[in-house]
Design a binder for this molecule. Structure first.
Ligand SMILES: NC(=O)c1ccc[n+]([C@@H]2O[C@H](COP(=O)([O-])OP(=O)(O)OC[C@H]3O[C@@H](n4cnc5c(N)ncnc54)[C@H](O)[C@@H]3O)[C@@H](O)[C@H]2O)c1
Length: 442
């Protein structure tokens, strides 16, 4: 890559910021990474990566020379004209996005007609217009603004940055939009260049649609359980229809993570604030909340009262390959189990440190087999491949009880049952249908 690439700054070095910075460094840019968390910056300067994300540590290490970490915004302003904003926008109690971190970045910008804020943080529609208005009122109308929402997935974030399905750029038609287009050009991704409000809505609508797909298949799964159909077969059968598509048709114990819950709530709230009742999203959210709790019913069906029972949770983060515990279904599940008098033992290959901060009274194990020793039941919460590869005969010997609840339909029900264990999946009436559309056995 050419050393002449546009230098950039990234404000906020969390999951999105650090991955974005590493991605631009990979493409050849000098990157100034700014964060208010001085401890995080000190760690990054020592070469430590504060989050778990496949390939990220190696990428940052590879580009140490062109990645600069600091708490000083002035360094970013001195070296880069494009300032990517990747600060958090967590939910407030009302479900609106909390824009305090975004506002604090906006407030820190000087008068300039040579810089642009490029918004990667997920913000409500209208935020860009409001920021441009504020800039105008403060005599900073020359400060350009671009919306460039991020679609990366935790667990494959760097790969997603480098090979995005599309790049969305919303701008006012000035130099800054052109510069961001140029920056992303080497990726060769489809480009959607649009106005700022539409770019903001594309991000919210994309996450709301994906969450809707998950809640839809979860409801189909629940109906499968009471009617005798197998949702794995059903999902395959409908997913092959190109109008539907096979992605996000995996039923489970509800979506979580730092984005879906808050972005769906934020869009619902945004609509409500504008006088529109978004009925569909109201249902999507409710289905998701109930889905997390259905596991309790499955445990009770087999164990009766949960008082004094030990339940092993395998996987704690909201999905594999991340240590991000924000809005993970395991948090609701552990709290519900404890409220019903159960003892919770937990294991996650990478999320234990984060989980310990959030899960009070939970015992942590060093391995899946240690978590299962003496347990009355096991719940697979996150579909780490290592759980599918467990030796179920050895598990059956270690456990006190027999119940395996496969919250992600990631286990082979026949292997589990062959070991003398009871298998409960999600939406799999008997869980061991062998047929596939090709006629092959799975
Ligand atoms: N995590 C994802 O998978 C993902 C995907 C797409 C979009 N997003 C969106 O990207 C944004 C960032 O998400 P994240 O998961 O990376 O958040 P994060 O919490 O991991 O990181 C945010 C970082 O911003 C820093 N920060 C806060 N205020 C700051 C300030 N005033 N100046 C400089 N740094 C500041 C924090 O210290 C933290 O390091 C959110 O709006 C989120 O919705 C996230």
């Amino acid at each position: 890559m050419s050393a002449q690439r546009e230098p950039v700054a990234v404000i906020g070095t969390g999951y999105v910021g650090l991955v974005t910075a590493a991605g631009f460094a990979e493409l050849g840019s000098e990157v100034w990474c700014i964060d208010i968390d001085s401890e995080k910056i000190a760690r990054l300067n020592r070469g430590e990566i504060p989050i778990y994300e496949p390939g990220l540590a190696e990428c940052v290490e590879r580009h140490r020379e062109r990645m600069h970490f600091s708490t000083e915004l002035s360094e970013a302003l001195e070296h880069a004209r494009l300032l990517f904003v990747a600060v958090g926008t967590p939910p407030t109690y009302s479900g609106d996005a909390d824009l305090s971190a975004v506002n604090s970045v906006v407030g820190a910008m000087p008068r300039s007609d040579q810089h642009a804020l490029v918004m990667k943080s997920t913000v409500p529609v209208g935020t860009g217009a409001a920021i441009r208005r504020i800039f105008g009122e403060q005599g900073k109308a020359g400060f350009a603004y671009v919306s460039c929402p991020e679609f990366l997935k935790e667990g494959s974030a760097l790969a997603d940055f480098l090979k995005p399905d599309r790049v969305v750029i919303g701008d006012a038609g000035d130099w800054a939009g052109d510069a961001v287009v140029e920056l992303y050009a080497p990726l060769g991704a489809p480009l959607v260049r649009t106005d700022i409000a539409s770019a903001e809505m594309i991000k919210l609508a994309a996450n709301a649609f994906l969450a809707t797909k998950i809640s839809f298949i979860n409801e189909i799964a629940n109906v499968c359980e009471v009617t005798g159909a197998d949702v794995v077969e059903v999902a395959q059968g409908i997913g092959l229809d190109h109008r539907i598509g096979s992605h996000f048709l995996k039923p489970g114990i509800g979506y979580g993570g730092s984005c879906f819950p808050k972005d769906v709530a934020a869009l619902k709230q945004l609509a409500g604030n504008s006088g529109y009742h978004f009925q569909l999203l109201t249902a999507v959210i409710e289905v998701n909340e109930l889905q997390k709790r259905r596991v309790i019913g499955k445990l009770q069906k087999h164990l009766g009262s949960l008082v004094g029972k030990t339940v092993a949770l395998l996987g704690l983060a909201f999905k594999p390959n991340t240590d991000d515990m924000r809005e993970a279904s395991s948090l609701v599940l552990a709290a519900r189990l404890q409220a019903d008098g159960a003892k919770v033992r937990a294991y996650d290959p990478v999320a234990e440190t984060e989980a310990r901060k959030l899960m009070v009274g939970v015992e942590f194990a060093d391995s899946a087999t240690d978590a299962l020793a003496g347990a009355d039941a096991c719940v697979v919460v996150t579909e780490w491949p290592e759980f599918a590869e467990l030796d179920w005969s050895a598990v059956a010997e270690r456990m006190a009880g027999k119940l395996i609840v496969d919250g992600r339909n990631c286990l082979d029900p026949r292997a589990v049952r062959a070991a003398g264990l009871s298998y409960e999946g999600v939406g799999r009436a008997n869980g061991d249908i062998l047929r596939h559309v090709s006629g092959e056995e799975s």
